[in-house]
Design a binder for this molecule. Sequence first.
Ligand code: ADP
Ligand code: MG
Length: 227
Amino acid sequence: MSTSMDPDSVGGDFADGGVLTTDFFVAWFDDIAKQVRLQRERLTALDAAIGDADHGTNLDRGFTEVGKALTDSPPTSPGQALLSAGTTLIRRVGGASGPLYGSAFRAMGKAVEEPVTLAGFAAAFDAGVVAVEQLGKAVPGDKTMVDALVPASRTLALAVRDGVGVREAFELTARAAEEGARATIPLRARKGRASYLGERSIGHEDPGAASSALIVASLATVAAVGS
Ligand code: ADP
Ligand code: MG
C-alpha cells in the first residue's frame, strides 16, 4: 500500500529498482511528442525570430512519426527504442535539428547497455551530446542546442557521482538544460541559420536549445510518474 519511498526506484510502471526499462524510453518519447505538440508555436516563434520558423513544425512532425514507429514496431530493448527514434528523426525531419537529434538518439542507442542504470544512462546521454557536437561542430557559447545539452550532461554526470536518485538527478538535469537554454538569449549565433543574422541574433532564445530543454524536461516528467 505504501507508495515507493526508494529514491532509486523510478515510476513503478517504468523501472525496477532504479533500472530504466524499455517502457521508460517509450514513455519518454511519448512525453516529448506531447510537449513538442503543446509548445510547437513557441518553438516556431523562436525560430521565426532568428531562423526560418520551422522548428516547432519540424519537431512535431518528427516526434509524431517516432510515436508511430514505436507503436508499429514495439522495441524490445532501450537500445532499440533509441535507435528507432533516431532513425525516424533523421528520415522524417528536415533541417538541422532532424539529423542532429537523430544522431544523438542513435548514438545513445548504440552506447546504452542493459540493464540501464542511471550511470549507464548518463554515459549514453553524453555519447548523444558528443554526437551532436561532432556532427554540428558547435561548441558551448555558439548559441545552439549544445548550450542546453552540455550543461545537462555535466549535471547528470555529477548527480551520478554524488549518488543522487534517479528522479532528483533528472530534475537537476532538466533545470541545467533550461538554464542553458535561457543563457543563449544574450549570445550571438555562430552556427546554423541564426548565424547569418550576426548581431541581430542577440536577444532571442535559441530554438534548438529550447527544444533540448523540453526533451530533457520530459525525462524528469516521466521519472516522476508513479512517485
Ligand atoms: P533549420 O535551422 O535547418 O531550419 P531547425 O529549425 O529544425 O533547422 O533547427 C534549428 C536549431 O538547430 C537551432 O536553433 C540550433 O539549436 C540547432 N543547430 C543548427 N545548426 C547547428 C549546429 N551546427 N550544431 C548544433 N546545433 C545546431
Ligand atoms: Mg528552422
